[in-house]
Design a protein around this ligand. Structure first.
Ligand code: FAD
Length: 418
């Protein structure tokens, strides 16, 4: 059979970018299918890369020839080593990236990559027989064949947006949900389940009084994720973040009105992929804690949007106004975007082998958020490993499997597939 491509990657998020670039770098004809080219490598939540544990994953990606470290090193808004007061084992690099400039840079690199074709389209089902997958079917019924197909659809499959008791279909960051593929995977006998995650409100910078907020500057020095990076962003070109705490009023508002939150009134039933709790969940779990820390972080170099880290919530919009105005310095804050929770379809990860191939279907791989992880770095790492392994298989070579004692990525994959 003549195949149109060696590898088709479905999804242009952080997993899809690494998977596609791995295939292309290994000389395989690779097609990246994605819903919206302009949203390739978008950061729908906090535009930051690295931090605790995740920073090490980004360095592992770099050591394996992946791209995320190089992308994050390219003019971040802020870069710093965390936990410098503690031992080297827990120190980790964290970059605040620009929500516009980061994806734009990734897209410019992808466009110049040999062996890589990018197509804006929606994949609705797969070409397959009982044992093998050999391509994709698009919304317009176009069929494209490939030796391997890697699904990296993130938080988009049949996703719904939730706040309070309101549930509407929709994808992250104002994008549309993707429809069809999840049903097709279920028809193929795969076990899918629903997961949820959430994102906090964005606040207009000029409406915040920073007088009593604790400034959190970046750092000077040769700080970079990639060993290949030779240009560093000096502190004078970085933007600060700030630290504030919730007030007594915030705590009272939240605890007195829990039944209004989608997380406590039965509207959300899905579990989160990891411990990344909403503010009401933290206040219920740690009732004796007087206050919770929140970080105010810039999303753009040229823009006024401030990400309110630690304040994601399932409360309805009107109530979010009250909650935000109860925070010190945010009494007159203007909310640019409300917090929301999102539910989506994921593939139960026990169905993958160590190469991230679905055991039931040769040639079908998965990576990123749909495998049950959360986070840009985790997605990128899984994308890279699936891209490398799909390529090695096509080239007739031994797979690359990282052991638990060799890499954080090895631990993550072992935790997922066993
Ligand atoms: C509301 C929210 C809050 C989050 N909070 C955090 C957080 O605090 N920290 C953190 O690290 N991570 C957070 N995340 C998770 C982070 O966004 C994901 O882990 C990461 O983006 C996953 O990358 P991915 O490549 O797997 O998928 P995504 O980045 O979601 O990309 C999926 C891609 O698939 C494409 N696609 C989907 N369906 C189809 C189809 N049928 N055909 C073609 N293309 C398709 C889309 O266009 C998109 O390009 C959050 C995500 C959301 C939505």
């Amino acid at each position: 059979m003549d195949f149109d491509f060696d590898i088709i990657v479905v999804g242009g998020g952080h997993a899809g970018v690494e998977a596609a670039m791995a295939g292309a770098h290994l000389g395989l004809r690779t097609l990246l299918c994605t819903l919206n080219k302009k949203m390739i490598a978008n950061t729908p939540c906090n535009p930051h890369i690295g931090g605790s544990a995740k920073g090490i994953v980004v360095r592992e990606i770099d050591a394996l020839g992946g791209m995320m470290g190089k992308f994050a090193d390219h003019h971040p808004l802020q870069i710093k080593m965390l936990n410098t007061g503690k031992g080297p084992g827990v120190q980790c690099l964290r970059a605040q990236v620009d929500k516009h400039a980061y994806p734009a840079y990734v897209q410019s690199v992808l466009e110049k990559t040999d062996n890589l074709t990018i197509k804006e389209c929606q994949v609705v089902s797969l070409l397959h027989d009982d044992k093998k997958v050999f391509g994709v079917v698009l919304e317009n019924d176009e069929k494209i064949t490939s030796k391997a197909t890697i699904i990296t659809t993130g938080t988009y499959m049949e996703s719904t947006l939730i706040s309070g008791k309101e549930v509407v279909p929709g994808g992250p960051d104002g994008e549309k949900a993707s429809h069809g593929l999840a049903f097709s995977l279920k028809e193929m006998g795969l076990d899918l389940f629903r997961l949820k995650t959430g994102t906090p409100p964005r606040i207009a910078k000029e409406s915040i009084d920073f007088t009593n907020a604790l400034i959190q500057p970046g750092m000077d020095g040769e700080l970079a994720f990639s060993y290949e990076t030779k240009e560093f962003t000096p502190l004078k070109d970085q933007l600060p973040c700030w630290l504030i705490y919730t007030s007594k009023e915030t705590k009272k508002l939240v605890l007195d009105n829990l039944q209004e939150s989608a997380l406590f009134n039965g509207t959300i039933v899905a579990a989160g992929p990891r411990y990344c709790p909403a503010i009401e969940s933290k206040m219920v779990r740690f009732k004796d804690k007087e206050r919770h820390q929140l970080f105010l972080e810039p999303e753009f170099r040229e823009g006024n949007s401030i990400y309110l880290q630690g304040f994601s919530t399932g409360f309805p919009h009107a109530f979010q106004e009250k909650m935000v105005h109860s925070l010190p310095g945010l009494e007159h804050a203007k909310i640019l975007k409300y917090s929301y929770e999102i539910e989506y379809e994921a593939i139960r990860p026990l169905q993958f082998d160590y190469t991230l191939q679905i055991k039931k279907y040769e040639g079908l791989y998965g990576a990123g958020q749909i495998c049950g992880t959360s986070g840009y770095e985790e997605a990128a790492a899984l994308g890279l490993m699936s891209g490398i392994n799909a390529s090695l298989k096509i080239l007739g070579k031994e797979p690359l499997i990282l052991r638990r004692d060799e890499a954080y990525i090895g631990v993550m994959i072992d935790d997922l597939v066993t």
